[in-house]
Design a protein around this ligand. Structure first.
Ligand SMILES: Cc1cc2nc3c(=O)[nH]c(=O)nc-3n(C[C@H](O)[C@H](O)[C@H](O)COP(=O)(O)OP(=O)(O)OC[C@H]3O[C@@H](n4cnc5c(N)ncnc54)[C@H](O)[C@@H]3O)c2cc1C
Length: 445
């Protein structure tokens, strides 16, 4: 028995399929790092395979429109890259910029995607003014950010109270469920299909990209932490604060590498605020020399920054191993503890690299194991989730839970979380047709 595969090129076709109520998994560009696409059939583990549909949404007609209030409406298969180019041609730009620009925006809503500019502009979740989705009957529904989340469940109030602790995190261990739009944000396609989103945009202001060379974090991360502290008060002017360690540089061609066996922090600064940031942040650093601060062209920044995650993605496929990496975000006071933990991991003798959204205390430690080393690395990283739990951090702040991270998320979900998932699933997915193996579907009795 084989799974059924279906690609949708029209909304009518998709609506018709939803009305059959057949269970399925709906994907877009397949860049999720928590869905093992090359082994998806064994991970979905569905008994009656010929009744289960793996559905491709990337053929749905795409459409973009800039509204008079400067919000961008995106419908169907539109990638972040396409939307950015469209907006720039109109003097605007996106407030969210995930490193993987080929991912689709509607999927980004489903994964509550974030990215580099989250440092300056906050989360995608807060930038979505309105969205549309197809429900289990193939009906298209509108949701508005200004409406509150509605469900008849005794778990809602305690759930929302529990979420308060995570308000300032990019993503909590569970979705927000506060505004009406939250029904589709971070619920990973378990409640319907996102078809359209209206996103806030920003002025396409001139920005200056800088990079700062630093010693290797494994030996001394004090200079890094000084920068971390210094940028926090300048989120209005510094749009992103990203990190690649010295190991990441090895994935670039020798002539493209920055520094010599050094770590790099990148800053994306509004050019109008550059002098101020130079005086108030860079000149005041006592552990970093001004000689180690350089400007870098925008395209080179994007190329270098994207190289590390893309190389890991490709290398893991080549080695036939599933990604062994972290996505944890912690509060500023726990950031040194997180780095100490990663430092321990760096000593296990397996190749690794560290990169990510430094300004938000949100880094991805990745092992680059051989097939033989993969299980040991998994065990090592598993210990991290005990610590993140104790620190009250968020274990998966942007890449989501998917199929790969479910075993690690369980301890973060108590009775109120599981109870609310159950009630929401029952109301919005009564036939259990949307990604029944997802983290919300597990509790359906
Ligand atoms: C190199 C690299 C860098 C990355 N950088 C970032 C980053 O900076 N920030 C970040 O957040 N993520 C990042 N990611 C992860 C990934 O790009 C995001 O999770 C992205 O949102 C997935 O988009 P996709 O189109 O590939 O979705 P897919 O992988 O196709 O699907 C992802 C999930 O969304 C669901 N889904 C897809 N479309 C819909 C829809 N229309 N309606 C309902 N559910 C849907 C699917 O069921 C699945 O659960 C990165 C990944 C890679 C490989």
């Amino acid at each position: 028995m084989a799974y059924q595969y279906k690609t949708f090129y029209s909304y009518d076709d998709l609506k018709g399929h939803l009305l059959t109520h057949k269970p399925g998994f709906y994907h877009a560009s397949k860049t999720s790092t928590v869905i093992p696409y090359d082994k998806i059939e064994s991970f979905l583990n569905w008994g009656h395979r010929d009744d289960f549909y793996i559905c491709d949404l990337s053929g749905l007609p795409g459409h973009m429109e800039l509204l008079s209030n400067s919000n961008l409406v995106v419908r169907g298969a539109v990638s972040w890259e396409e939307a950015r180019k469209f907006l720039i041609s109109k003097g605007r730009t996106l407030k969210t910029s995930p490193t993987e620009q080929l991912a689709l925006i509607t999927a980004g809503v489903a994964t509550s995607c974030t990215g580099e500019r989250c440092f300056g502009f906050g989360t995608l979740r807060s930038q979505i003014a309105r969205l549309k989705y197809l429900n289990f009957n193939g009906e298209e529904k509108n949701l508005f950010r200004d409406d509150s989340f509605q469900i008849n469940s005794s778990h809602l109030n305690p759930y929302q109270a529990g979420f308060q602790h995570y308000r300032l995190f990019k993503n909590a261990p569970y979705p927000r469920f506060e505004n009406a739009t939250d029904l589709m944000i971070g619920t990973e396609g378990q409640l319907g299909i996102v078809t359209e989103a209206e996103l806030e945009t920003a002025d396409n202001e001139d920005v200056t990209y800088l990079f700062i060379l630093l010693p290797r974090w494994e030996e001394n991360y004090e200079p890094h932490m000084e920068i971390f502290g210094a940028v926090q008060a300048h989120r209005q002017s510094i749009l992103s604060c990203e990190f690649l360690d010295a190991n990441c540089m090895n994935y670039l061609k020798p002539e493209e590498r920055l520094g010599t066996n050094q770590d790099v922090i990148f800053l994306e600064v509004k050019s109008s605020a550059f002098d101020n940031i130079y005086r108030r942040v860079l000149c005041r650093l006592s552990l970093t020399s001004q000689d180690d601060v350089f400007k870098i062209p925008e395209n080179k920044f994007h190329h270098v920054r994207a190289a590390a995650p893309q190389a890991i993605f490709e290398e893991n496929s080549k080695m036939g191993v599933v990604k062994v990496g972290t996505d944890a975000q912690v509060t500023a006071d726990k950031f040194s503890d997180l780095l100490n933990c990663y430092r321990e991991y760096s000593r296990t003798g397996v190749r690794y690299c560290l990169f990510g959204h430094f300004g938000d205390a949100h880094l991805h430690f990745n092992y680059m194991p051989s097939k033989e080393e993969a299980a040991r690395c998994e065990d090592e990283l598993e210990r991290l989730y005990d610590k993140v739990y104790a620190w009250r951090g968020s274990p998966f702040a942007e890449h989501g839970i998917g199929l790969l991270k479910q075993k690690y998320i369980r301890r973060f979900h108590g009775l109120n979380q599981l109870g609310l998932f159950h009630d929401i699933k029952k109301e919005h997915d009564p036939y259990n047709q949307f990604f029944p193996q997802g983290f919300m579907g597990q509790v359906i009795k």
